[in-house]
Design a protein around this ligand. Sequence first.
Ligand code: ADP
Ligand code: MG
Length: 384
Amino acid sequence: MKLDATDLRYVTGDEFRVLTAVEMGSKNHEVVPTSLITQISGLRNGGVNKIIGSLAKRNLVARVQNSRYDGYRLTYGGYDFLAMRALSKRDSMYSVGNQIGVGKESDIHIVADNEGKEMVLKLHRLGRISFRTIKQNRDYLGKRKSASWMYMSRLAAQKEWAFMKVLHEHGFPVPTPVDQARHCILMEFIDAYPLRQIADIPSPGKLYSSLMDIIVRFARAGLIHGDFNEFNILIRRETGEPVVIDFPQMVSTSHENAEWYFNRDVECIKTFFRRRFKYESALYPKFRRTLANEERGEDFQLDVVVAASGFSRKDMKILEEYMDEVKEADTGSSDEVESEESEDDMQDVLRLSPKEEIDDSASVHSPPPFQNRSISPTASDEEP
Ligand code: ADP
Ligand code: MG
């Protein structure tokens, strides 16, 4: 998915208003009827049609012909636009640079603020795998037939944000969180290599124990990373210190499968060090010992702190069920999994503010000087 900075500069106030109307209309409509878009936007009928046409041409919305009516849905591009615009309006970010990563469920870009300081923008992309395979009897979906890519992507971003903030505040080695909007997170750019790219290190034992220490510190603070592997551990170029990223799947140590998740994290590190560095150690953390009272060093429970920070247990549960089911669908028969953007609705209400407030020309500006710089992993370096 390309992020087009050019588009961002050329969207007018009215176009933005119409795009926002499509997003709002998506709350109750898979396909938002043109008449509803006109009504929400508060613009003249003729004007709206022309604007929708131009948004569709730039793939910010897509026309959908329904059996009952014609209408539009927001695309990933449109949602990206709205999120980036929110970030740029708050002066959190100013320009978009290279894409440095494509995960199955996220895109990573280098961006900069207006002083040229580089940051990382992570756009969550849940729903690349069709939701149609996901069981449809979930309570949380209410009357809606299927989960929404927008809703799930936003939940993932909110969860990651909540965890990153709390971890950062408590001195864990994670990127400094900068801002969050819709399905996006803005964070510190870490000048680092992912561990998976490192062929050789002077003292693997030292890194091994600092990684195991992090697992232990997480657990003593009530948390398990859940995806603690060579893809989500960055090694700082300057100091060789590890930085942990990627938190949407973090679970509490009170989760029913906590021990299993904990052991899997430990096992990932053991296996990687054995294969890559031929390093093995008899020492590795055990879940129960780590959590035994007399050994606990931390007096805080971060899973509780996160729950209190606005990302509720209910949100956590919804996201977890979604992720589990995608995993199931993913490992199931391949013809069950279609790769498509689903055009479903979104959960929350975005309030369209009075016209004068949103009608502005603030935008993300020209590409920064580092546009051509690339720190991307080599082509051969793909996830297995
Ligand atoms: P995903 O959920 O798709 O796995 P990650 O958060 O793990 O996304 O990021 C994917 C890749 O992007 C990482 O492996 C790393 O190379 C790069 N990356 C992510 N965040 C940062 C950051 N803050 N600084 C530098 N590189 C990053
Ligand atoms: Mg990752």
